[in-house]
Design a protein around this ligand. Sequence first.
Ligand SMILES: Cc1ncc(COP(=O)(O)O)c(C=O)c1O
Length: 401
Amino acid sequence: MTQLDDYTARFRGAMMPTVPSPLAVLSHGKGARVWDVEGNEYLDFLGGIAVNALGHAHPVFVDAVARQARRAAHISNYFASEPELALAERLKRLTGGDAVYFTNSGTEAIEAAVKLARRTGRPRILSLTSSFHGRTMGALSLTGKPALQDPFRPLLPGAEQIAPTIEALEAALADDVAAVVVEPIQGEAGVVDLPAGYLAAARELTSRVGALLILDEIQTGIGRTGDWFVYQAEDVVPDAVTLAKGLGGGFPIGALVGFGEAAQLLQPGQHGSTYGGNPLATAVSGAVLAEIEDAGLVANAALRGAQLRDAIAGMASPLVEGVSGRGLLIGVVLTAPVAKEIVAAAQERGLIVNAAADGRVRIAPPLIIGDAEIAEFTEKFAAALAAVTAQTETIPTGATA
Ligand SMILES: Cc1ncc(COP(=O)(O)O)c(C=O)c1O
């Protein structure tokens, strides 16, 4: 019995079966590298699903945790702390927003956004098919994946999904719409880009009927796409933006940032969380954001993303149709539904990537990667593609894989 078998048995014995069996049992990491309990080394190009902006065990992250834990980890929201205020001010500067509400996760940031939308007094909240906004009931009601929603109906009244086209948005918008909630790139769907000009059109159309435009940058935000936020690259100002993932670089934290009048919609007593904005989470997040700024990691994400795109194109694999996404949020669009096979072949070669959809491999490495990691990725990913190509070619015509 391998350690993975043993762990899987313990997992089944002790945990609710909400996720499939683990792919490996990881013990520790350093930079863009992780090791499993059997001593195997991997290049981590998933980064905890677009979370580990500074990679693993970055000294800035470790020091921030230790320093703040020695002072005060938690104080309750009857009190404020310097790390919380400093982070809110930094996020105002980085986002261009006017007020911040802190949560502990992405889905909670979406819940806060749903309550913000409800405060308009309008009943309908629109989101897009194939979107992912989280798993709690409000966020799930916005998540455009019937397979995830169906076991939990009835969902939030007024939540509706529409096709991701400007025409569908125009047709659905009316003065009973409280908000339109949109991921600028659909990460969990497999890094699916929106039609060109969608965000700008959504801004114009929502403004016309007085609906809020709420952007979910939980996966795309905090520099991953080569800009701090996609809406900034598209020159759009939303009414609110949700953040999480890279915001803590591995420490659980999320945020809802409100712009203009939307920043004042939630009034005293209308929302809250025991942990939200606690000094430990906000100190670590502040340190992570400072390091991203000081080390120029947003520009690095743009540069390394372009290099990865070139490298993937250079592989000239018959399995690769093209590449989606921006910066270091990359979808490798496949010509066949073999993402899981490619991910397994990559893992065997010491590379972690992710099958976000059957026909798309998602790549979301830490923002700190450099030439050495790009070279190693290129070698290992090309080998994984070649191995799966060979397997596919040996399947006799008419047989199912
Ligand atoms: C765009 C988007 N929104 C919301 C969420 C939910 O975040 P969390 O898993 O932290 O609750 C995710 C998570 O993958 C996401 O990618």
